[in-house]
Ligand binder design. Structure first.
Ligand code: OMP
Length: 284
């Protein structure tokens, strides 16, 4: 009996992301099917409306932008049929060439985290994504199963550090044991995970574009997801101030600011192309 040939290691997410941003421009578009957006697109707030909305965004943008970020909550609110729409969107967007970052913000004790890792980071799962968002606020070590699963699959994990909402500061800017802000301890862990990786590590941090000067050390050798552009008030021009020297690793993210241009496929594409070009200039 012959021994099976060793499987080649999958290309790490960080390398795939760097290439995608170089080729397609530094932009992540969120797929957030708010009830108000479904109404603005002339769709019912039901599974058929969700499906039409999602399919339109994927058809318009999966061949254009570096990253698509479906926000799981907007699919979960329709139960299992909504989750089925999410599964199809992930698969279709990946086939069309976009990296898919599923925004699920999962976080739990390690043994349960292993089940979340199986859901999003096991290549055999119907929800398998290029990357997933997670919360470290049960302790960074609780994320270990997700970090290990991502590494094995060539996938990525984006860890909340400083979120874009004003309420986040009460937890994230609090002083941790050792006298540093809690968010800085999260960023330090991320930097250790990415040590030695090139051209970019696969463990990212989430740092809101709305924060003004971040005031923490962002040299984590990984991608920095920056939500908050558009509807939450931040602009491309704010990014150098927030991210300083780390600005080259920023993955700017916009949901409503692009989705509001639908349902026209041409208008969605134009809006995303305009944002990507503006961001490319600012981040260069
Ligand atoms: O992880 C995220 O994507 C995220 C982190 C954060 O700090 N702030 C934040 O707004 N987000 C998500 O980014 C999206 C922002 O949507 P818009 O405000 O419409 O661009 C939503 O899906 C949020 O859940």
């Amino acid at each position: 009996m012959s021994t099976p040939a060793p499987q080649p290691s999958p290309e790490p997410f960080g390398a795939r992301l760097r290439r995608a941003m170089d080729v397609r421009g530094p932009l992540c578009v969120g797929i957030d099917p708010h009830a108000s957006l479904l109404a603005a697109w002339g769709l019912e707030d039901d599974v058929a409306g969700l499906e039409r909305f999602t399919r339109t965004v994927v058809d318009a943008l999966a061949g254009e932008v570096a990253v698509l970020k479906p926000q799981s909550a907007f699919f979960e609110r329709f139960g299992s049929r909504g989750v089925a729409v999410l599964e199809r969107a992930i698969a279709d967007a990946r086939s069309a060439g976009a990296l898919v970052l599923t925004d699920a913000k999962r976080g739990d004790i390690g043994s349960t985290m292993a089940a979340y890792a199986a859901a999003y980071l096991d290549p055999g799962s119907p929800l398998f994504s290029d990357a997933v968002t997670v919360s470290p606020y049960l302790g960074f070590g609780s994320l270990r199963p997700a970090l290990d699963a991502a590494r094995a699959a060539g996938a990525g994990v984006f860890v909340l550090a400083l979120t874009s909402n004003p309420e986040g500061a009460e937890v994230q800017r609090a002083t941790a044991a050792g006298g540093r802000p809690v968010a800085q301890t999260v960023l330090d862990h991320i930097a250790r995970e990415n040590a030695g990786a090139g051209p970019l590590g696969s463990v990212g941090a989430v740092v809101g574009a709305t924060l003004g000067r971040a005031g923490v050390d962002l040299a984590v050798n990984g991608p920095l997801l920056a939500p908050g552009l558009g509807a939450q008030g931040a602009t491309a021009e704010d990014l150098p101030e927030v991210f300083g020297d780390a600005v080259r690793n920023v993955v700017p993210s916009i949901s409503r600011g692009v989705l509001g241009h639908g349902p026209s496929v041409a208008a969605l594409r134009e809006s995303a192309a305009r944002e990507a070009e503006r961001l490319r200039q600012v981040l260069a």
